[in-house]
Design a protein around this ligand. Structure first.
Ligand SMILES: [Zn+2]
Ligand SMILES: [Zn+2]
Ligand SMILES: [Zn+2]
Ligand SMILES: [Zn+2]
Length: 319
């Protein structure tokens, strides 16, 4: 009897342990839940009983880019739209470029070059890039006998009674100014007057015997010949043309009245003013003193510079 009771007890005990083990490992009775990790949308959840713990993680969106919308780094869900590219306009050297991601579209525009002028090299009208040099002036690199203000220089010309006799005196630019104008040299918008006061003096024996005749003409440092019109208007202005930043610009020349034109003691003197009305800053006009013999019986008032200019001809650059 005792033995039966013992085995019955053992049996019940074993069964109890078994039940306990089942309760312990196969159910959540003792709070031993089998939680699955939280996700973006769901908190930790027990796989057995469905109980939850804590909060869902929520999405962790990374920022949208030009081509992709906001995307959760964990679950891959997307939100909104891609930003799209933000293109900066193409330039001479660079194609359209996205300010955000740097992707490019199309081709650079390339420079839009002007032609070179006597004043400027070829230049891009869009970005200002320059290429090469200004056009070479007709007289650049040529030797000129240039006059300096206030310094007399020898001047040889035909005698008045020209029997093949030349006389030598001096030519001097006694004064030179760049001015808006005055009564004698009328102002004009956008222009300035370059006015030289010229003095010729013939004091030698040869001049005293034969007199002297002077000859003046105009030229252009860039073009050489500037072809001053013979006919003057009612203000004494004679038109000619200069090349200014690639444009043919109308200019005018005017000769002032003689202040001296006679013998003073043993000196034959001529003093007068020569003015040119040019666009502000134009520096190309040449005042040329050549031998009257070259003028001869020409019916032209101003011989072209190309016919009279050589290395010894006194020249004043009105710049
Ligand atoms: Zn559970
Ligand atoms: Zn997510
Ligand atoms: Zn972009
Ligand atoms: Zn450019």
């Amino acid at each position: 009897m005792k033995r039966i009771l013992l085995w019955t007890g053992v049996g019940i005990g074993t069964a109890g342990i078994a039940v306990l083990l089942v309760l312990l490992f196969a159910t959540c009775t003792f709070g031993n839940h089998a939680f699955r990790g939280a996700t973006c949308l769901e908190p930790e959840t027990c796989q057995r009983c469905g109980i939850t713990r804590g909060e869902p993680l929520g999405h962790e969106f990374c920022e949208a880019t030009c081509t992709e919308s906001e995307t959760c780094q964990r679950c891959g869900i997307t939100r909104g739209e891609p930003l799209g590219h933000e293109f900066r306009e193409a330039t001479c050297l660079e194609p359209e470029t996205c300010l955000r991601c740097g992707i490019t579209r199309g081709e650079p525009l390339g420079h839009s070059m002007t032609d070179a002028t006597y004043q400027t090299p070829a230049v891009c009208t869009r970005c200002g890039y320059t290429e090469g040099e200004p056009l070479p002036a007709a007289l650049s690199g040529k030797t000129l006998n240039e006059l300096t203000v206030g310094v007399p220089a020898p001047y040889t010309t035909a005698s008045y009674e020209d029997r093949g006799v030349d006389v030598t005196g001096t030519v001097e630019i006694t004064d030179y100014e760049v001015t808006d104008g005055n009564e004698l040299f009328p102002p004009r918008d956008g222009y300035e007057w370059h006015v030289a006061t010229v003095r010729l003096v013939f004091a030698g024996e040869d001049a005293q015997e034969n007199g002297a005749q002077s000859a003046v003409t105009f030229g252009d440092y860039y073009l050489l010949d500037n072809r001053i019109a013979v006919r003057e208007d009612e203000n004494g202005l004679r038109p000619f043309v200069a090349d200014w930043y690639g444009t043919q610009v109308q200019c005018w020349q005017k000769t002032g009245p003689n202040e001296e034109a006679d013998w003073y003691g043993r000196e034959l003197r001529f003093t007068w003013q020569e003015g040119v009305l040019v666009p502000k800053g134009y520096d190309g006009v040449l005042l040329i003193f050549y031998n009257y013999r070259l003028f001869g019986d020409s019916t032209r008032l101003y011989l072209p510079a190309s016919e009279v200019l050589d290395e010894s001809t006194p020249v004043f650059r009105m710049q």
